[in-house]
Design a protein around this ligand. Structure first.
Ligand code: GLA
Length: 433
């Protein structure tokens, strides 16, 4: 039932998506902000300051360390890239010391390697970091400048603007980008500045003008922050999930896997839940020094392909147990689905017992692929199973479509007397780790 309802909801939403042909699946790549912030001290911190070298380093890592082939192709500049002054013709310009080659050089560097370049602007008088903004009268010229530079995505922030200006500015920038003739993905921070919920936020309109949108506050490098974001998105899932679909995505903010704040279990949880949410996968970490553990989580092919499912249906929480276990489900193409069992507990691995039938799966025999252990098994809807979920961790499954029941195998011996679908062998509960 869930599958059917979610499918119908997503179909209706996707018909309203922005029609610039971009981001038919959630965008993937790297974004500077959470890890590198507004570090502009290139004299003392040359490796980490916001400069062309940082973006070149990350582009090299994406193209040489197996990221690009997995879909991580966007390299995005965030705040603090520009000069404090516009040029003589009124255009934004990068800080000349930190970006001596200019933005077109960076765009070429990305394009030569099969990557894309993202940039950051703000529809108020100033960016959140205090750099020149793009108020209403500057929208056209800035859109044209970004297009002339060869930029592929614009993140348009909302600091130092009021709600009336935002109502005008966000649609205006969408039009201005389209008018340049260059396909430029458009990320809107608008809903995050209006509390993320109707009636102030109109998700139908957002889907028509933006390719993705930040709904909620900034992520920080901590588990508390991840959990706070997860709770907001799933508490409001009936509002936000139907808004997502090919061409338009909710953005719960960057992946912090590979930074300092998350354990390996928590890192798997962020990756799993971002995949369930059909969220953009923008890493904000240091790809030059990332640990092999974090890298293998971010490069998990099944987690990525769940995130990138072409139907683009955002998943939901379907169970919230008092024991501290939440279960999430995302319908996928080919009648498959993803399941995540998540533990909020702080004590020890929790043995959670349920069955696919209890999770509302139709009758049938399913092939289960455990996303992080890569083990497979067959499971009937009626069979109780136990998953052992680590504190603040997840167990994530890819569930294939039900195999055609081979009735032959059930009509043997004692089984002839009962319905094959009702049998439940209490002594043989499969244990999936
Ligand atoms: C806001 C945004 C962040 C980042 C900073 C930059 O806080 O939400 O993602 O872009 O501004 O100053």
């Amino acid at each position: 039932m869930y599958l059917v309802v979610l499918f119908a909801a997503a179909l209706s939403a996707s018909t309203f998506a922005l029609d610039n042909g971009l981001m038919r699946t959630p965008p993937m790549g790297w974004l500077a902000w959470e890890r590198f912030r507004c570090d502009i001290d290139c004299e003392h911190d040359p490796k980490n300051c916001i400069s062309e070298n940082l973006f070149i380093d990350m582009a090299d890592r994406l193209s040489e360390d197996g990221w690009r082939e997995l879909g991580y192709v966007l390299v995005s500049i965030d705040d603090c890239w520009s000069s404090m002054e516009r040029d003589e013709e009124g255009r934004l310009q990068p800080d000349p010391k930190r970006f001596p080659g200019g933005i077109p050089k960076l765009a070429r560097y990305m394009h030569d390697r099969g990557l894309k370049l993202g940039i950051y602007g703000d529809m108020g008088t100033h960016t959140c970091g205090g750099y020149p903004g793009t108020p209403l009268d500057k929208i056209k010229i800035d859109a044209q400048t970004f297009a002339d530079w060869g930029v592929d995505v614009l993140k348009f922030d909302g600091c130092y603007s009021n709600s009336t200006e935002q109502e005008q500015g966000y649609p205006l920038m969408s039009k201005a980008l389209n008018a340049t003739g260059r396909p430029i993905g458009y990320s809107c921070s608008w809903p995050a500045y209006q509390g993320g919920l109707p009636p102030k936020v109109n998700y139908t309109q957002l889907g028509l003008i933006c390719n993705l949108w930040r709904n909620y506050g900034d992520i920080q490098d901590s588990w508390d922050s991840v959990l706070n974001i997860v709770d907001w998105f799933f508490e409001n899932q009936d509002v936000v999930a139907p808004a997502a679909g090919p061409g338009g995505w909710n953005d719960p903010d960057m992946l912090i896997v590979g930074d300092f704040g998350l354990s390996m279990d928590q890192s798997r949880s962020q990756m799993a839940l971002w995949a369930i949410m059909a969220a953009p996968l923008f890493m904000s970490n240091d790809l030059r020094t990332i640990s092999s553990g974090a890298r293998s989580i971010l490069q998990n092919q099944m987690a990525i392909s769940i995130n990138q499912d072409p139907m683009g249906i955002q998943g939901r929480r379907i169970v919230k147990e008092n024991s501290g276990i939440d279960v999430f489900l995302r319908p996928l193409s080919n009648n498959a689905s993803a399941l995540v069992f998540f533990s909020r507990r702080k004590d020890m691995p929790y043995r959670y017992q349920t069955s696919l039938r209890k999770l509302n799966y139709p009758t049938g025999s399913y092939k289960i692929f455990n996303v992080f252990t890569e083990k497979t098994m067959m499971l009937k809807d009626s069979t109780d199973f136990v998953v052992s979920v680590n504190p603040t961790g997840v167990v994530m499954w890819y569930v294939s479509a039900p195999a055609k029941m081979n009735l032959h195998q059930f009509y043997r011996g004692a089984r002839l007397r009962g319905s094959p679908y009702d049998e439940k062998d209490e002594n043989n509960i499969p244990q999936l780790i």
